[in-house]
Design a protein. Sequence first.
Length: 121
Amino acid sequence: MYTSYQLTPKSKKYLTEKFPPKYSKPIGHHVTYEFGVHSDTPLPPLAEIHVIGYQDNPDGIEALVVSVDGKKKRLDGSLFHITWSLNPDEFKPVHANDLVKRGNHKLVMPIKVYATPAISN
């Protein structure tokens, strides 16, 4: 299970206009807050979230790098991000972690997005 910030439909629509998905499977669902939690784990606190970067692997996956309350890294050291789109024959959403770990994302003017704390499996 994982805790996250799930994008509101309005924020997802706005981001889709700014960053049209390049690959056949759009994702744009959430920002993972903490991975490997139990079902009774408290939801993450309300937070201010901004898209601050864009990263693409031309082999078929793209992600939006975000900050959560001004922080770029999760508790596990991974960068906060939104898996944006992918080629499902080559990638799964989890592969966006490897993509953003490279750290060579293109910086963008911060874009505030709205999201709801959630827990998912």
